[in-house]
Design a protein around this ligand. Structure first.
Ligand code: NAI
Ligand code: HPV
Length: 525
């Protein structure tokens, strides 16, 4: 299998890939057109922030199974397009946290004390002290937008400088902020109170130009802005205006809306210091992110679960071990239902009751939908794109869970509905970790979910099981197991047969002829 590793990812990452037996082509930044041309020959792609992985670049990438981002921000990858194509996207969420946090602190001190400007003058032979009187960090208010991994590490370090800490992050629990000694406030409040404002948000549709003219005008004229997150979060034109009109004291920028950027009106300002997206550029961070992402690429190409997926629900450690047999179960239930249904599926519902319900269950939905869609769409649908594909086909998806326990410690019920018919199956995992079918349309059963199966709805009466068995046996086909479910004697019932080999059409016809048989469906799991 072949991996295209771009943007000069660290050699240690390349080593991990090669040691796993993968063929690696390592290059620097690649332009969209070239990427589009070469990508069809690769199973995996690794990038940093320089190469743009667009929908067009991915269009012909039929072999591609995974895109790895050796870093955090995934705004240079069209994740939606990748998901739709069933391509997994992973990043390295932790490897460069400290590097980015330390760079932020370095910029904050450099900005407060005019270090780059003073250094540049002295190197020109100018001993200038008066112009470079700075400010102290002590007792100043640091406003943090985005109190995630980097924002938190910045907060920890800023405390050592005796700064007062405020943050805006609607997704962080107040207790977590409290533990860091940070007060959570609304955005406008943080902007109004900050002496230093630092950004640690991802660039998304929500955060694009979050700091526009209006928001920048809320900052104190003595405030200084730090951006080690993403260029697009700040409107650079509005920032330029604020810095040149005395409405903002200074800015330190590591990132820009367009990169690389070598010319900008901002670069001409004395109160602006800049670095060329160096936040993650430490020897330590580059090894860490390259190795982190390479390991996930290896896992994915070996068919193992990855640790840092961005476009599928991630389950780690023990929770994954608990979930694993149920992933198999729901995929089989999905496949079973899909083959049982006639006509298009309009609704799909997955309900979990019992012990398992205490876990994050969205991975089950992905696996269930994959099972449901595979018989219809084959390899085009996988664990990554199953929910997107299902929604695109107009299937309404519902998930329910309750920790209430019945006869089974965990019972999973799946229902699909179409225009004319609907079916419900129930499944459980036995003590050996095997998936079992324990209910079908209200009948209780206990059947294996494996191999070739026949589902035969019939009327509960004598002389029906024998003739069905004969119809199959007459063709030299062996029955491996059989289960009958009925609600009441003499009513409708269902027979589930496990067969050792493929079942030809004539056999299905012969079964249909048996008096009392209502229908017959042949399924392959
Ligand atoms: N300059 C550089 O070299 C580097 C830049 N970065 C940038 O820093 C960003 C943050 O990185 P981490 O802290 O590792 O990510 P993270 O995911 O741990 O933290 C991001 C935080 O932003 C918050 N957030 C998201 N949307 C928000 C919104 N609309 N309003 C307010 N808060 C919001 C989240 O709740 C989260 O707590 C990355 O997305 C990346 O763009 C990361 C590494 C290096
Ligand atoms: O990890 C991130 O989000 C970064 O911004 C680092 O970018 P880079 O890998 O240095 O191009």
């Amino acid at each position: 299998m072949r991996v295209l590793a771009l943007d000069d990812i660290d050699i240690q990452g390349i080593k991990v890939l090669k040691e796993a037996g993968l063929e690696v082509e390592a290059r620097g930044k690649m332009a969209e057109e070239e990427l589009k041309n070469v990508l069809p020959a690769f199973d995996a792609l690794i990038v940093r922030s320089a190469t743009k992985v667009t929908a067009s670049a991915l269009a012909g990438a039929k072999r591609l199974r995974i895109i790895g981002r050796a870093g955090v921000g995934i705004d240079n990858i069209d994740v939606e397009a990748a998901t739709e194509k069933g391509i997994l996207v992973v990043n390295a969420p932790e490897g460069n946290t400290i590097a980015a946090a330390e760079h932020t602190l370095a910029l904050m001190l450099a900005l407060a004390r005019n270090i780059p400007q003073a250094s540049a003058l002295l190197k020109q032979g100018i001993w200038e002290k008066k112009k470079f009187v700075g400010v102290e960090l002590r007792h100043k208010t640091l406003g943090i937008l985005g109190l995630g991994k980097i924002g938190s590490e910045v907060a920890r370090r800023a405390r050592a400088f005796d700064m007062r800490l405020l943050a805006y992050d609607p997704y962080v629990a107040p207790e977590q902020a409290e533990r860091l000694g940070v007060a959570l406030l609304p955005l406008e409040e943080v902007l109004k109170q900050a002496d230093f404002l630092t950004l640690h948000l991802p660039l998304t549709r929500d955060t694009y130009h979050l700091l526009d003219r209006e928001k920048l005008s809320l900052l104190k004229p003595t405030a200084r802005l730090l951006n080690v997150a993403r260029g697009g979060i700040v409107d650079e034109e509005a920032l330029y205006e604020a810095l040149t009109s005395g409405r903002l004291a200074g800015a330190a920028l590591d990132v820009f809306e367009e990169e690389p950027l070598t010319e900008s009106p901002l670069f001409k300002l004395d109160n602006v210091i800049v670095t060329p997206h160096l936040g993650a550029s430490t020897a330590e961070a580059q090894v860490a992110v390259a190795v982190e992402v390479a390991q996930d690429v290896v896992r994915c190409l070996k068919g193992e679960p990855v640790l840092n997926a961005v476009n599928i629900p991630v389950v780690r450690g023990q929770a994954m071990e608990t979930l694993r047999p149920y992933l198999k179960l729901v995929e089989r239930l999905g496949s079973f239902l899909s083959q049982l249904m006639e006509g298009p599926i309009l609704e799909a519902e997955l309900s979990t009751s019992g012990e398992l319900a205490q876990h994050e269950l969205s991975p089950l939905t992905n696996a269930f939908l994959k099972g449901l869609l595979r018989p219809l769409l084959g390899e085009a649908v996988n664990y990554v794109n199953a929910p997107v594909v299902a929604r695109k086909r107009g299937i309404r998806i519902r998930e329910n869970k309750t920790q209430e326990m019945g006869y089974y410690t965990t019972l999973i019920t799946a229902t699909v509905k179409g225009r004319r018919e609907g079916h419900t199956v129930a499944g459980a995992v036995n003590q050996r970790g095997e998936p079992r079918l324990v209910g079908l349309n209200g009948y209780s059963l206990d059947a294996e979910l494996e191999g070739h199966m026949l589902v035969v709805p019939h009327i509960d009466k004598p002389r029906i099981i024998g003739p069905v068995g004969l119809a199959i046996g007459d063709y030299g086909i062996n029955i491996a197991g059989m289960q009958v479910g009925r609600r009441e004697a003499g009513g409708e019932a269902v027979m589930i047969l496990r067969i050792d080999s493929e079942v030809p059409r004539e056999v299905l016809g012969a079964i249909r002829q048996v008096d009392g048989v209502l229908d017959v469906r042949y399924l392959r799991l």
